[in-house]
Design a protein around this ligand. Structure first.
Ligand SMILES: [Zn+2]
Length: 113
């Protein structure tokens, strides 16, 4: 993927995530970690928890996008962060935040489980 295009795609992803995070936080201000109100707190807990999980996941995705943008800037985008081999084009197109080649990602996933 051409680096200019990658940068545009990643910047658009970051903007989308920023918006999603704002919307999610706006829906349930409690998910921000603000003080719990007495009364309906119990009833809303599950929903607030789900919302918090959604915010966390959006934040994690945003961190990946920012890391990819940093690699665009320092010229290492498209190379595996572990072995330095080029990441296949199709893989980058499917997931522009991809930081590793297939082999290194598989190794990493195995370690996690
Ligand atoms: Zn690799």
């Amino acid at each position: 993927m051409e680096i200019g295009i990658a940068r545009k795609v990643l910047e658009a992803m970051r903007e989308d995530l920023d918006r999603s995070i704002l919307v999610l936080q706006g829906e349930h201000p409690r998910a921000r970690g603000a003080g719990m109100e007495a009364g309906d707190a119990g009833a809303n807990l599950t929903e607030a928890d789900r919302n918090e999980a959604a915010v966390e996941s959006a934040r994690a995705q945003r961190a990946e996008v920012v890391a990819a943008l940093t690699r665009v800037q320092d010229g290492s985008y498209g190379k595996c962060v572990d072995c330095g081999q080029p990441v296949p084009e199709g893989r980058l197109e499917a997931r522009p935040t991809t930081a590793r080649c297939v082999a290194c990602q598989a190794k990493r996933d195995r370690r996690r489980r």
